[in-house]
Design a protein around this ligand. Sequence first.
Ligand code: PGA
Ligand code: ZN
Length: 414
Amino acid sequence: MNPTIIEDIKARKVLDSRGNWTIEVDVITRLGFGRCAAPSGASTGKYEVVSLPENNVDKALVEVEESITPEMVGMDAEEQEVIDSILKEVDGTGNFASIGGNTAVALSLANAKAAASSYGLSLYRYLGGNFATEIPYPLGNVIGGGAHAVNATDIQEFLTIPVGAKDAKEALSVNSEIHKRAKNALLKKTKYNLGKGDEGAWAPNIKDEEALKVLSAVSKEVTGETGVEVRLGMDVAASELWDSKAKRYVYKQEGKKRTVDEQVEYISGLIEDYDLFYVEDPIQEEDYEAFAALTKGAKCLICGDDLYVTNVRRLQEGIRKKATNAILIKPNQCGTLTDTYRAVSLAKRSGITPVLSHRSGETVDETIAHLAVAFGCPIIKTGVVGGERIAKLNELIRISEELSTQRGRMAALQ
Ligand code: PGA
Ligand code: ZN
């Protein structure tokens, strides 16, 4: 008896962390069960697959019941590539406009989890085999604004990564300590009440460089007390700042507009001044050339999110043009586990660091923690606080517990 034959699929709508409906899918095999809920973005890339058909979860549920389930029942969940190609065939649009990328990703990942569970295996072990031995460093969003908060910083995210942490628990505790202390430091800077953005980062009404100064000081304080080296990062989410008519990056808090050259110079200056370890989307999603100008000579990870949208073809172009040295991996940007894996594997073969990432709208789904370990991604970007963020972080602790008897250690960073 084949334990991984699909017996049934169920889809439902559940709430995400922004209070929006999203889709959750259960895949039931002969001997297993897998469940996954799709996340959603606020600062989505222009080239991502369409997340839901006309933003309509009910329509997605009908698609699963009427078009997808009849095709899937009786198929083997272990044949992930076949399952994912059926999703594409049923959709028929090339960008999941019909069934929705979130429908596809929830089903694709639930399928892998069901196959793993059919063999009594954790997802990371099922997908990664004996290669899954390392815990990724958590890159956490401590202060932010942009599309994730109202009247806060122009740059979307100011991040920390505890590069000196010896294990998952130490890494998580350092990031959360920084997040706690940033609150008081920020309250001294802002005359308004201090709220939080969609990912749980503090959302102060201050200029970007002030945020970097606060984060730098707080991180140094925590390093001084714990001995754990911490480096800073940011997600500029520059497509959100870009005014394509005026051809300028518009910084509202600063009251400044920057040309492309000025933007490259500005970001290079911040990398230098704050010894940044990681900069995501410093340039808008169409401009591979300016990305390349910044990456050339940058002593830090320059990561493409909206630029690549976890799409192999866009990554190939980035590799040709030497646009970045890192890629953000978000499974729902491409819609299937197979395509997610292809993007990670091309990145690794090409010396591009893959960073596995959450979305700003999340559920307590923990799947990406398993994917980061399975695929050997050295970094996972999944916030610092909030139930939907710590669901992934706490899962890393559980995985590291299992790995500690099997050579488990923190991943190798550049
Ligand atoms: P999003 O933001 O999920 O709203 O797209 C996260 C990011 O830009 O990395
Ligand atoms: Zn981003």
